[in-house]
Structure formats: structure tokens, C-alpha cells
Design a protein around this ligand. Structure first.
Ligand SMILES: C[S@@+](CC[C@H](N)C(=O)[O-])C[C@H]1O[C@@H](n2cnc3c(N)ncnc32)[C@H](O)[C@@H]1O
Length: 267
């Protein structure tokens, strides 16, 4: 097995995976299980949406060690019955999940028991299906690989930081994502960077503040429909954008500020 990934202990005492190629830890503070719940499943109201009357599609962008995906998988499998959840996980390297699935690490990554069986099948066959949950893997280079797979109701957007993964925090990437989203879709990401939020707005999403992530920072929620945001960015954010020295991603158009200012969110 490749030694590009290593299991480390976070400052909060949880086990997490360091990817040596980029020098970043996946879910670096409170650890994978808590972050998957707090920053992804809960803001997406996944448990409530899984009690709804229609099948749901979740795009898990950046499978990594599978922590976000398996938290969603476990919520779906905890039901007695209901509509199907389809999780589509996008990833270019299977090293992190392979490492997390090793017998000595699996329990620390919530990959023991039936969840581990599902993740092993995902690695081996590219999919795993139960009566309630379908999990499939798209191996390839994002954002182009987003073209594969069904349209989304929920998106967990969890690449490495904009420093390591600039191509996934661009207007182009979020525009590709917006094309994959159905009405009512919501997008959840740990980053609250101004340039990430402006890129989402430029791609046509409505954008709001997400859960606290520590250090006076907050995550981000975006949506196709304005009414799905609990805390939409407001005119005070727009005023801060005007003063920001890191307002936009590199591929933003020259008239980016005017475009954001005329977004229906700020009307
Ligand atoms: C922060 S980690 C994801 C953590 C994961 N969501 C979890 O819960 O364990 C980011 C992942 O995105 C993947 N990634 C980064 N850039 C990519 C790209 N351009 N195409 C496909 N995957 C990419 C990395 O290989 C890495 O596994």
C-alpha cells in the first residue's frame, strides 16, 4: 500500500488522516466523526430529509477516508424503511479509505461492522447497495468527473484547502456543480473564505453562513432556492466584500463585484 497517507491524532484527540502529498489532515480539529455530523449531516438536515417522500441523491465530493459518506450512510441505514438514499462519492486517490479500512484503524473511522462491509465493497466493486442505501464511487479528476452521476439534492463539498486544491474552489468548479443540482438542492462545505462564498454566488447559488468551525470562523451553506438558507449573507457581508483583499478566486470575471452585488440575494 502507498505510504502517502498516515493516521495521526488531532489536537482534539481524535484519529484522522494526514495526506503527506499536500500536507493536510482530513477533518483536522475535532476529528472525522464529529465534523461529518456537525458540518455536513446536521446542516443538511439529512435525517429529516431522509424521512421525506422522495429518493435523495447526495454528492460526496472528496471521499477521502469516507467519514462524511459513512455518516450519511449510517443515518440512512438507521431507518426501518423509507425512500432510497444514493450517495455518489468522487475521488482521485483511494489511499485514505484503504488506510482507514485497515483492521487496526477501522473502528476509529466508524468503518467497523456493516459500514466497513459497505466501504470494502465500494473499494472493490465501485458500489454497494442495500434496500435503503446505494453508494457508488466515481474515480477521476474533479471537477470534470462531476459530469458523471445523477443530479444532486445534497452536496458535501470537502476538498483540501484553496491553497492545495484551487481548482475545486473556483467559479468554474461551482458552475459545474450548479449544473448538477436539482431544485431544492443544498451544498455544505467547511470553508467560510470570502473568495469561496463569492465563487458560489457567481456560480448562481444563494449563499449563507454555516456552523462555527473554531477560531471565529464559520462553515458555508449554499442553496439553489433562497428559502433554504437559515442565515443568508446580507448587505453587511457585501460591504466587507468590497473592502476585502482576497475577495474572489483567480477565475472570477473582471466585473465580479458588480455581478455579486446584483445577485437576487442582495436585492
Ligand atoms: C479533505 S479530503 C476529504 C475528506 C473526506 N470527505 C472524509 O470525510 O474523509 C479531500 C479529498 O479530495 C480529494 N481530491 C482533491 N483534489 C481532487 C481532484 N481534483 N479530483 C478528485 N479528488 C480530489 C483528495 O484526494 C482527498 O481525498
Amino acid at each position: 500500500m502507498s505510504d502517502d497517507c498516515e493516521v495521526v491524532t488531532t489536537t482534539g484527540g481524535a484519529r484522522a488522516i494526514l495526506d503527506r502529498r499536500v500536507g493536510e489532515v482530513m477533518h483536522p480539529v475535532v476529528g472525522p466523526a464529529v465534523e461529518a455530523t456537525r458540518l455536513y449531516c446536521e446542516p443538511a438536515r439529512l435525517a429529516a430529509r431522509l424521512r421525506g417522500q422522495a429518493p435523495l441523491v447526495l454528492l460526496d465530493v472528496g471521499l477521502g477516508a469516507g467519514s462524511n459518506a459513512i455518516a450519511a450512510w449510517r443515518l440512512s441505514e438507521a431507518r426501518d424503511r423509507g425512500e432510497r438514499l444514493t450517495i455518489v462519492s468522487y475521488e482521485r486517490s483511494l489511499d485514505a479509505l484503504t488506510l482507514a479500512l485497515r483492521p487496526e484503524h477501522a473502528a476509529s473511522f466508524d468503518l467497523d461492522g456493516p459500514a466497513g462491509v459497505a466501504a470494502h465493497a465500494l473499494l472493490g466493486a465501485g458500489h454497494h447497495d442495500t434496500a435503503l442505501t446505494s453508494w457508488r464511487l466515481v474515480v477521476g479528476e474533479l471537477p470534470a468527473s462531476l459530469a458523471e452521476g445523477p443530479a444532486a439534492d445534497v452536496v458535501f463539498w470537502d476538498p483540501f484547502s484553496p491553497r492545495a486544491n484551487p481548482e475545486l474552489w473556483s467559479v468554474a468548479a461551482f458552475t459545474a456543480l450548479r449544473r448538477r443540482c436539482r431544485p431544492g438542492a443544498t451544498v455544505h462545505t467547511y470553508s467560510g473564505a470570502t473568495a469561496v462564498r463569492s465563487a458560489l454566488l457567481l456560480a448562481g447559488f444563494f449563499v449563507g453562513v454555516g456552523e462555527p468551525t473554531g477560531d471565529h470562523k464559520a462553515a458555508t451553506c449554499a442553496s439553489v432556492d433562497a428559502t433554504d438558507l437559515e442565515r443568508p449573507l446580507d448587505p453587511r457581508w457585501l460591504a466587507r466584500l468590497a473592502r476585502s483583499t482576497a475577495a474572489f478566486p483567480a477565475d472570477a470575471p473582471a466585473d465580479a463585484y458588480a455581478r455579486v452585488a446584483s445577485h437576487p440575494q442582495f436585492a
